[in-house]
Design a protein around this ligand. Sequence first.
Ligand SMILES: Cc1ncc(C[n+]2csc(CCOP(=O)(O)OP(=O)(O)O)c2C)c(N)n1
Ligand SMILES: [Mg+2]
Length: 330
Amino acid sequence: MQIPKEKLHWIYETMYRIRRFEERLLEETLKGNAMGVAHTSDGEEAGPTGICAHLTDQDWIASTHRGHGHCIAKGVETKRMMAEIFGRYTGMCKGKGGSMHIADFSKGMLGANGIVGASVPLAVGAALSAQYFGRDTVGVAFFGDGASNQGVVHESMNLAAIWRLPVIFACENNHYAESTPVEYAVAVADIADRASGYGIPGVVVDGMDVFAVYEAAAEAIRRARAGEGPTLLELKTYRYHGHYHADEPHKYRLPEEEELWRKRDPIPNFERRALQQKLMSAEELESTRIRIEKEIEDAVKFALESPLPPVDELYTDVYVNYPNPVQGVR
Ligand SMILES: Cc1ncc(C[n+]2csc(CCOP(=O)(O)OP(=O)(O)O)c2C)c(N)n1
Ligand SMILES: [Mg+2]
């Protein structure tokens, strides 16, 4: 499938932006600069990038606890994301949400999500609203192999199938749910096979190959926009680091396995193919890397230099209503 030149540049830039964001975030988290936990997604860049390449700000995505890549691919600003994760007032949620609550409705990003599986009904709801109002927009649910066993995921898929909703179920099978291997928790070899239980197409996709993801997503999104209903895409992928920053993956997976997946790294793979097929030049690739490197360094600096939320904002924008030591009961 021919990818327009502008889109190719965007794809490379986006995968590299996610990679460097996650790597720098992990370093800063280990230094103690982030608030709360950070679930990084480096290794998994091709999925969100290849799918979001087809979306506009009017399309909705719903994300997971491992949501930075989804946010970035949907166009959320990296400096405000970094500030949010550092608990700063300049962050997406004024520093009160952290990594698992980053949302940006102006970009069609419904939010990261600490509840495993909850992205699926949210995206189905977005798709239902599109159908109800006669819009040609779609909803995309990103969720993991672990989430694929949640009851709400199956209820949502059935509802979306009977109503032919414009939704894409993007299951990022990174082969582990925390420390549980997918073979232990899922009875079928391919999660995509479960689609037949809902009468919708299920497609296994090489989630380390952005070209493959782009192509599979093109068809799924075409179907959704044309009123032909949902598709389940299973992206076979791998997270390079632990489940969260302090996790030690070698307690449950072998370094040799990690090596095998790193050989299939989506970024050098893209570079090789781009050069071989003369899609992008070495200079174009390098200047993109330099520009993104600077953007991420600026994001870290911005976050570190930003103030913490003021104490008198402790009870604003939060769903609690009990005595406020600063302002009293409201
Ligand atoms: C409803 C619910 N159950 C359990 C948890 C605890 N938990 C957080 S992440 C996670 C594993 C999720 O695995 P997967 O869906 O494969 O996503 P991954 O972490 O691999 O990206 C679990 C069990 C949770 N946050 N929410
Ligand atoms: Mg997983």
